[in-house]
Design a protein around this ligand. Sequence first.
Ligand code: C2E
Ligand code: CA
Ligand code: CA
Length: 578
Amino acid sequence: MNNKDIKETRILEKTLDSLEIRRQAPTGVFILLLLLYFAAALTVSLTAGSQKEILINNTPVSVYIFAGIFSTISNLCVIFMVIFCGKTGFITSVIAIIIQIPTILTGIFIKGNYSSIPGLFVSLLTIIAIIVIFCNKRKLEKYQLKLLEQATTDTLTGLPNGFACTELLNELIKHNKPFAAVSIDINDFKSINDTMGFDIGNKVLVAVASRMKDIADRGLSGTLDFVSRVNGDEFSLIIRDFKSDEDIEKTIKQYEASIVDKINIDGYDFFINASFGYAVFPDDSTVRDSLISYSVTAMKEAKRINSSERILRFTSELKTENHLAIDNKVRKALEDDNVFFNLQPQYDISHNLRGFEALARLTDIDGTVISPGEFIPAAERVGLIDSLDLAVYNKSAAFFGDLIRKTKAPITLSINVSVKHMMKSNFIEEIRGLLKNNQIPADQLEIEITESILIESAEKASDILNELKSMGIRIAIDDFGTGYSSLSYLNSFPSDTLKIDKSFIDNMNSSDSSQKYVEAIISLAHVMDFKVVAEGVEETGQLDTLRSINCDYIQGFIWGRPLSKEDAEQLVVDIYPG
Ligand code: C2E
Ligand code: CA
Ligand code: CA
């Protein structure tokens, strides 16, 4: 491993460590338990075997019964130390109990104090109990660590994944270290997949990844580079240690050259090229999401102009052009009441209807459909996300309320919420109104929140979720796997359902480790009493695998695309004629 690799690994390790530490009790709790333990143990040694009596309510009580009470307290302290204070707690507990044993043995065999025999047994049993607790905890933590490791690596190429990239960006921004965020997209990659098949397509991606990794690892560019695979044929490059803007372009050109070089796979020659867009911290923005979105905008512009210039830096004109157009479309659609919804069915694994997820839809004036991936961020940007969410909630809930009254179908309506909307002070009231106005039983409504939102706004989110939960509403964690994948951390949120992101389902049947990952998520989720929905299931093979690893629910094109409300109604009426 070279120096750079070591640096990156450390950053990731630090992230994993901080997640671990977050789950452990603070040192203060450990010290408190330890002090309490010593105080209790001291009281036991002073009172055990004592013949004295004290008066309680005028009744004489033998002092030695306090030995029993304080011995229980000291045992509880060691058990809590094992549960809440990790390895340190475990080692301290074992030592604390073992050093007691010689004193007890001396008491029994030398001083003939036979009343300490039960104490000896309790000590031995406590040691056994804490070893069992510790081993079980370790097993769960091992699973967890593996999940975290896998959460930072792309299974196909072995490069760090989007999550690892975001983590590095966060670190650099936090420490105010200048960098360029480069978004890379292979041109016409779809045609390779379409004409040559996924297998070859994947091999091309692996070859591209390994060429880029080679430049970064060997430091050939003269700058410090971090390459990751973000999604499909999209890669990301983070460039540090540059002296001028020319250095950045020089580095990117080197990566470009490595990609355009002929790639030979299974006897076929491929000549590919890619588009590059970049934004610089802190010059272009100091906000992570803006930097990413700017580099993607610049990359798309490079692709769009389709000239020989395939490397573009983000400019403010690009931002204005791109954003203004879509921002206005969202404003206009809300004004004209043109936001509507589709309903995508969710099924249990035996193909019984579980319910629908409401998905926002918006059509342009010329009839073309704009993807939520574009208009949701725009609505967030211009502060209209709550109006947009509400339009979808009101319309879908009115429809759903009528439908369940008519058919008595025991199905669920799932709605998506954006963090910016959820954090508004009247969110809970809106939801209360939604249930009441449309007469929907609370347990037939589910609110989907993306995993990354939960982690970023943990405390406030947790309060709101608790309130929703107390109303009887179900909570689903959306896009699971794309954030921290920290199941035990998520356990502190009052959720019912885990939705595994499509990207994991996609890779499941081509990669053994992906399948094991999904399997591990499902079994851990079940331990924590979550139901699991697999998202984006498209193939029978995936369905078979999910069935064999006990997945609860399926949402995907294989059993149902997002439907118009008329089609959704027909689907329900066919099953529940009323
Ligand atoms: P999501 O919540 O993860 O929704 C699932 C997305 O995956 C939907 O895309 C759905 O059409 C798509 N999908 C489901 N099954 C398959 C499959 O088998 N194959 C493929 N290729 N795709 C599948 P859509 O409708 O484009 O929504 C994108 C995202 O926009 C949603 O992701 C959600 O995060 C957001 N969104 C949608 N509606 C709303 C809304 O009303 N409010 C808010 N705040 N966000 C919304
Ligand atoms: Ca969703
Ligand atoms: Ca999702």
